[in-house]
Design a protein around this ligand. Structure first.
Ligand code: TMP
Length: 213
């Protein structure tokens, strides 16, 4: 059986890393074969590209930025995501195609159709089965981020207005794609995790029906 491809998205500081970890632990306890990975990154080459992309010392033009994210995605998809799905695993991936639309498209202003085309090329058309979007106020996300670290990467150092465009971008993309589930980030980490489990269980029930199990 082919695996399941689940992506988590949201602005910086939305808590997706913590929630992805909690979901991974939950699924492992239930006996599923799971791998958790991230973009940019997930393979040795793509992690090197991640360091270049996030280092505040690099001046990167928007088109260069888009192409580097696409390069990282192409490598990651071929080397890790596709083989894992073919082996029947659940792949939990922090960020994927939608991040390029939200950040480089809505955030930087690059034409969305160019990004869609590049996403298609980089992934050979592989789309997530389900995408969980963690939606949170930009101000609150930054407050949470500051509590954890004083070191901001190149993208996190962008102005508030940039992050507001990214947040609205994500909400726009979510309206167009059926695979999206939006979870409001309010309450405790546990409260949000419970919402993630509800979303997963509902998705998995439909998934089993669709494949006739
Ligand atoms: P994160 O993995 O810690 O969230 O950091 C990745 C950063 O890269 C984050 O600010 C979002 C940004 N990003 C893009 O701008 N475009 C992309 O395609 C991806 C995958 C990430």
């Amino acid at each position: 059986m082919r695996g399941i491809f689940l992506t988590v998205e949201g602005i910086d500081g939305c808590g997706k890393t913590t929630q992805a970890e909690l979901l991974q632990n939950y699924l492992i306890k239930k006996g599923f074969p799971v791998i958790k990975t991230r973009e940019p990154g997930g393979t040795s080459l793509a992690e090197d590209l991640r360091n270049i992309l996030l280092s505040p010392k690099n001046l990167i033009y928007p088109m260069t930025e888009l192409l580097l994210y696409a390069a990282s995605r192409a490598q990651h998809t071929q080397e890790l995501i596709k083989p894992s799905l073919e082996n029947g695993k659940i792949v939990i991936c922090e960020r994927y195609i939608d991040a390029s639309l939200a950040y480089q498209g809505y955030g930087r202003g690059i034409d969305l159709s160019i990004i869609e085309r590049l996403n298609e090329i980089a992934t050979e058309g592989l789309k997530p089965d389900i995408t969980i979007l963690f939606d949170i106020d930009v101000e609150r996300a930054f407050e949470l981020k500051r509590r954890n670290s004083f070191l901001f990467d190149r993208l996190e150092m962008e102005e508030m207005e940039f992050h507001k465009r990214v947040r609205n971008g994500y909400l726009e993309i979510a309206k167009k794609e059926k695979r999206f589930r939006i979870i409001k980030v309010d309450g405790s980490v546990k409260d949000v995790h419970n919402k993630v489990i509800e979303v997963w269980e509902e998705f998995y029930r439909c998934f089993l029906q669709e494949i006739g199990r």
